[in-house]
Write a protein that binds this ligand. Sequence first.
Ligand code: SF4
Length: 336
Amino acid sequence: MEQKNKKIKAVAMLSGGLDSRIAVRMVQEQGVDVVALNYVTPFCTCTSKSSCRLEAKKASVEYGIELKTFYVFEDFIHIIREPKHGSGSGINPCLDCRILMFKKAKEYMDEMGASFLVTGEVLGERPMSQRPDAMITIENESGLSGLIVRPLSAKLLKPSIPEERGWVDRKKFLEIEGRSRKPQIEMAEKLGMGDYPCPAGGCLLTDKDFSRRMSDLLSITDMPSRNDVFLLKVGRQRFYQGKRIVIGRNEKENQRITSLAREKDLLMEAADFTGPTTLIRGDHSDDIILEAARLTGAYGKGRDEAKLKIKYWSPKSIENNYVEIEMKESEDLVIS
Ligand code: SF4
């Protein structure tokens, strides 16, 4: 079998977390030639210091495998809008998301001449997408029926085609179920995997507050841009008359908002007091400028003044404009 397996190629989904690393190592140990695939969505909770993309890259270098990174965006927005299989606690369309990812993986398998897909999925670890029935749905709808090998739970699942045909040895796989990390840590030690990160990062779509923001965004635009989504991760948000106002909560957010501003946006700050940087996206009627100015004043140090002067400018111009507001009119402003 060793000889035969040398010719077999598989694509592995590599998030960079422990489960997918173990899955890769287990099939590599059986002589399978592995190429890896990593997905990045704008909803990953990764930061610049702990990015799953970085972890996937590190793992691919360590295991000497080729890595391709896929950026999914527009297709993802469509499934958030209309999830065929429903959503989780937020607006996370996990089943549709996995189907989308596996369809992309199938395309990559065809391109690379790979015979099957390897994942680090663990039966019962994730409530929506790792139930037995969900796994079958995902396989069938992605066109990968029988072609997914899940080394961590393989012994608890129906044998896949690669197992039946002896491309991989099912006996060497595991029977892990549920959320305990202990069996994975033991296996990582057995495989001599000294350095591995914590479980791979999360997804903002499972967060109720972020989901509400995302739903508000989808209510004012058919297809948001990536920049629109990045802006959702910062500050207080107000969706007003089909427009959007974003108000920084601290200096770091003020800087981030400024860096995300686009030519057609307006930026705003109190002229004589410290406080938030505010961004207006959409058209800039007098009404919305006034609303944004009130919010800028209400969240700044000048909130107790009777009147406040607010400056605003376009990111493409160095010229400031000014508007004066009566602060008592801003007392009832409450936003998330
Ligand atoms: S949590 Fe987010 S990234 Fe993960 S399967 Fe669900 S929608 Fe997809």
